[in-house]
Design a protein around this ligand. Structure first.
Ligand code: HEC
Length: 107
């Protein structure tokens, strides 16, 4: 009885907490981890072998701060030479959240 009450409380807390987390950019991290991390790595440092093969640059603070969120969204949408675009695979809201996350990822 006690345990099930705790579980119910937990479920309620998770349900109520989700939209708030999304607004804070947790969504962006989740979407980045799912769609980008395999090539761009944790905090924009790509896996060495892949970086060499596909010509992926490491994102440092100078690179990231020079990019606007809009330009990052454009890259996500249309892709590049070796990067496929995510148009149709990610929603515009997800792309905007990832752009925000990427901007804050490298300090
Ligand atoms: C399959 C590997 C792969 C995945 C997945 C991937 N990228 Fe890329 N990305 C690349 C490669 C390769 C480049 C190098 C430039 C090119 O190919 O045009 C690149 C370049 C970029 C650049 C720099 C482009 C520029 O003009 O400076 C940005 C920004 C970027 N990716 C963002 C993302 C984001 C955000 C995601 C996830 C939504 C993502 N990428 C997913 C492979 C990938």
């Amino acid at each position: 009885m006690k345990a099930s009450l705790i579980l119910m409380g937990l479920a309620a807390a998770l349900t109520l907490g989700a939209p708030r987390l999304a607004a804070q950019g947790a969504d962006g991290k989740a979407a980045y981890d799912k769609n980008c991390k395999s090539c761009h790595g944790v905090k924009g440092t790509p896996p060495a072998a892949l970086a060499k093969q596909l010509k992926i640059v490491k994102w440092d603070a100078a690179y990231i701060s020079a990019r606007s969120e809009d330009s990052l969204v454009a890259v996500m949408k249309h892709g590049g030479k070796n990067m496929k675009g995510f148009d149709g695979k990610m929603t515009p809201v997800e792309m905007a959240a990832v752009a925000k996350y990427v901007k804050g990822m490298v300090k």
